[in-house]
Design a binder for this molecule. Sequence first.
Ligand SMILES: Cc1cc2nc3c(=O)[nH]c(=O)nc-3n(C[C@H](O)[C@H](O)[C@H](O)COP(=O)(O)OP(=O)(O)OC[C@H]3O[C@@H](n4cnc5c(N)ncnc54)[C@H](O)[C@@H]3O)c2cc1C
Ligand code: SF4
Length: 339
Amino acid sequence: MSFFAASRLTAKSQIGIDEPASFRLLQPKSLEEAARMLEEHGAAAVALAGGCDVLEKIKTQWIRPGFVVNLKPVLAKDVAAEKIGAGATVAQVAKSELLPAALRQAAVRVATPQIRNMGTLGGNILQDSRCPYYRGPWHCYRAGGLTCDAVRGYTHEHALFGGERCFTVTPSDTAVALVALAAEAEIFSLREGGVRRVPLSDIFALPSYDITRMHKLKQDELLTSVLLPAKKPGARSSFRKAAMREAWDFALASVAVECVMEGEVCRDVRVVLGAVAPVPWRATRAEEALRGGKLRDRIEDAVRASVEGAEALPHNHYKIGLIKNLVRECLEEVAQAKA
Ligand SMILES: Cc1cc2nc3c(=O)[nH]c(=O)nc-3n(C[C@H](O)[C@H](O)[C@H](O)COP(=O)(O)OP(=O)(O)OC[C@H]3O[C@@H](n4cnc5c(N)ncnc54)[C@H](O)[C@@H]3O)c2cc1C
Ligand code: SF4
């Protein structure tokens, strides 16, 4: 059993802890040094960015890392039209006029102003599952256990697509928008001795890939930047989210759309669903329904197609209706918007 799985088991049996176990805070001076520290200490080390998620886990002793590697001094924080440093705060992203509408709309719906000011874009993209069973005192598959407690309990927040043994959903709002915008991830790898670029959509892990992790980055790898394609003529985007509360709440469902318009015709499109699969989920049938047609005439076809293949669990059928409404709202906004 891994260090983290073992430490979770111990911690989860002690609910109510509000004080961290002792750890060493490591302050790297370069990306390479940070990655080396993480590699050297392996499962005993954790990377810290804004700390919104990591510090909560440490404080409650859900994880008890021996070493915390502070990434803040070494991560880029600049926001430009085609490159955003992973250390930029979610608030910076929400405010930047340089960025596409869908990304700004997603960032401004993240949590609260305080969390947006602390949380980084990289940490938001790479954040862990929010399944209440995994976060609570249960030892499900994702926590190193032998069952999915959600499917035997309440599945209100869980997945319609892509679940396999685990039905958790991607909690990141920005990731959904970024996948719709065809963003790439720039990843620093110690083993590879530099950075590589991959489609952002490729870094997310389905349970069939690794049931204990939400992304595929290795211990010696760091997300350094997010790259956006150059703005295409006619490109318009939109993001919508449904949650129990307007603020301080994760999505029950979200949708991001980017259409490349030529007059009223949708030449190219990406439709991505959030909070309904363990990863940002491309609604490819909806995209097919839209591509090459007059956008306004195809909206209802796309709405129906967006939920094809959905497999509702006992308590999350309502998400099908939510997704359909959000897809319609996004497409109507895009149809009305100016390029
Ligand atoms: C009350 C509450 C409400 C929230 N609501 C929302 C919401 O509505 N929508 C939403 O999207 N999010 C929401 N969040 C999540 C929050 O936005 C994220 O926790 C935050 O953005 C994480 O960013 P961070 O920089 O603080 O990450 P950290 O907590 O520092 O790190 C998160 C994870 O990413 C890893 N990591 C961070 N940066 C890197 C990097 N560059 N390379 C490699 N690994 C890295 C860390 O090791 C850790 O595993 C909420 C959080 C809270 C506490
Ligand atoms: S859905 Fe996944 S994270 Fe939630 S209880 Fe089941 S295995 Fe654990």
